[in-house]
Design a protein around this ligand. Structure first.
Ligand SMILES: Nc1ncnc2c1ncn2[C@@H]1O[C@H](COP(=O)(O)OP(=O)(O)OP(=O)(O)O)[C@@H](O)[C@H]1O
Ligand SMILES: [Mg+2]
Length: 515
């Protein structure tokens, strides 16, 4: 019986002829059109040829010339949205992790049951494509609304001017150390602007390679470059009437800065590979924890862009410069994170004392993490111990980090010391989070409340590497096919069968269907 086409084309990369035919049949039975490729090179060539819009790719891990993971990496260099399902006969944890780490949407172990393939495709296709990164809903319920809290004179002054700055159409540049609340402030500014009913879209320029930042911001036409399988509008077009938050602007690629300058000047841009000029009305808020003056001096940041962004400039002070905020902020965060109906934990006097003495290199985020820990353990001793340990650390010239950071910026060597101390503080916070999560980077990023990719970026930048673990009884990935468990599906059984996902094998005869 002919199968109704669903209008979607799946690109199947599988080197084994029998498996390929088998999966192709299964996919056609499910209404998909199928393009086949025998190895990773052919998969990429087929995507580059760009003749048929591909809805998803199914990729085998081990293939000659170019394996599936390698092909996946190449696809993800240019396209984050195309769903990719990785399949493998060697379903070791390492393979699964490798696939997911490189951006696979799903992993199915061979032998494959058609039902599992159907379900996996349905899921990844339904979830496609979230065209924007981290959209921040302007209509979020008031309960979820972030409040820029603070009782110190500096924060009161900031709160006082929020409405005024929010209502202005001018670009805003927010500078401040990590965790000081730059994003909270940006959200507040958007929320009290006439654009509040439209979107606030955020992109973290440090977390993505520059090609991706460019395509996320400006979009592209179909066929603009390898991997541009479908047209993408871009954030500037999507945020029309609203606001864009360019987070970590200091890390934006120098060449891309010129393109951004053009949008800021003319409120228009062109998509990659497109000829039309698109007019937009977007307000830009930029945030950074890096020193833009230094970046300009070192020719890493365009001065003209700096002046365009810096129409309204806000510096969010670090917590150690507004110590009056520490205890009220701790109480505020305690209330924020305490579940309704649960008896609130108290902050004992000894802990308050330590809070006041600590230098808070991670600022409010670090304080928030400690409060969350306090809520989980419901007693203060481990938080107190953490703080005492941190206070004992003397990273530079025998002085405490707080003393170093607060030292007057009299001469360049001191500034260098400050930068070093800042790096050390960031390093210490990241290593501590990684250790406390047993080096699980995703959990550590949640603990640190930073984007997962930003954490990976910072780990590379600060050369943070996991100490070598004891040898695990886990299969190591290798490109040599001989190292794989043999035989691979479907040589064990004939005619081919599909089987349950993961390891449980449920042999079943494939039903025939017309192509
Ligand atoms: N003034 C504040 N009021 C309420 N919460 C705050 C405030 N400042 C920071 N926070 C809390 O601290 C966390 C970190 O804030 P935010 O993400 O805005 O920092 P950031 O300056 O953007 O840091 P980074 O440079 O690392 O991106 C937030 O999750 C928020 O809960
Ligand atoms: Mg931020």
């Amino acid at each position: 019986m002919p199968v109704a086409k669903n209008g979607r084309t799946i690109l199947l990369g599988e080197d084994d002829l029998e498996v390929r035919r088998y999966l192709e049949t299964a996919l056609r039975c499910q209404g998909y059109s199928v393009e086949v490729a025998q190895d990773g090179e052919e998969v990429l060539a087929s995507l580059r040829a760009n003749q048929t819009p591909i809805s998803a790719v199914v990729l085998d891990v081990i293939m000659p010339r170019r394996g599936g993971i390698d092909a996946l990496k190449e696809i993800r260099r240019f396209n984050r949205d195309l769903p990719v399902i990785v399949i493998s006969g060697a379903s070791s944890a390492l393979n699964v992790v490798e696939a997911m780490k490189n951006g696979a949407n799903d992993f199915i172990a061979k032998p494959i049951k058609p039902e599992d393939l159907r379900k996996a495709l349905k899921l990844v296709l339904e979830a496609t494509p979230p065209v924007v990164l981290n959209p921040i809903e302007p209509t979020a319920a008031p309960a979820n609304k972030q409040i820029l809290f603070g009782t110190s004179p500096q924060m009161r002054e900031l709160q006082r001017t929020l409405g005024q700055i929010g209502w202005s159409e001018a670009p805003v540049l927010i500078q401040g150390e990590t965790g000081t609340g730059k994003e909270v402030l940006a959200r507040e500014l958007h929320a009290c602007s006439p654009r509040a009913k439209k979107s606030l879209l955020k992109i973290n320029c440090a977390a993505l390679p520059s090609e991706l930042v460019e395509s996320e911001l400006f979009g592209y036409e179909r066929g603009a470059f390898t991997g541009a399988f479908e047209k993408k509008p871009g954030m500037f077009a999507l945020a029309d009437g609203g606001t864009i938050l360019l987070d970590e602007i200091g890390d934006m690629d120098f060449k891309l800065q010129a393109k951004l300058l053009q949008v800021l000047q003319d409120q228009e841009f062109q998509r990659l590979g497109g000829r039309d000029t698109i007019k937009v009305d977007v307000r830009v808020i930029a945030a950074t924890h890096s020193n833009l003056d230094k970046a300009i001096a070192e020719s890493n940041f365009r001065e003209d862009l700096y002046y365009r962004l810096n129409v309204i400039s806000i510096r969010v002070p670090p917590l150690r410069e507004r110590r009056e905020d520490i205890i009220p902020m701790a109480e505020f965060l305690l209330a924020k994170h305490t579940t309704a109906g649960v008896v609130p934990v108290q902050i004992p006097p000894a802990l308050r004392e330590l809070f006041l003495h600590y230098h808070w290199p991670g600022n409010v985020r670090e304080l928030e993490n400690m409060i969350r820990k306090l809520i989980v353990f419901r007693e203060a001793s481990s938080v107190e111990q953490d703080l005492r340990d941190k206070l004992r650390q003397r990273p530079v010239n025998g002085s405490t980090l707080a003393e170093t950071v607060q030292a007057p910026p009299a001469a360049t060597p001191v500034l260098e010391q400050v930068a070093m101390a800042k790096r050390e503080a960031e390093r210490a916070a990241i290593v501590s989070a990684l250790k406390s999560t047993n080096w699980n980077r995703r959990q550590a990023s949640i603990l640190l409340q930073i984007d997962y990719k930003a954490l990976l970026y910072k780990m590379t930048k600060l050369s943070i590497k996991k100490e070598k673990p004891a040898p695990q009884p886990i299969q190591t990935r290798t490109n040599a096919p001989s190292a794989l468990p043999q035989p691979l599906f479907p040589q064990q059984v004939s005619p081919p069968v599909f089987a349950r996902r993961a390891t449980g094998v449920v042999p079943r005869q494939a039903s025939s269907c017309s192509r």
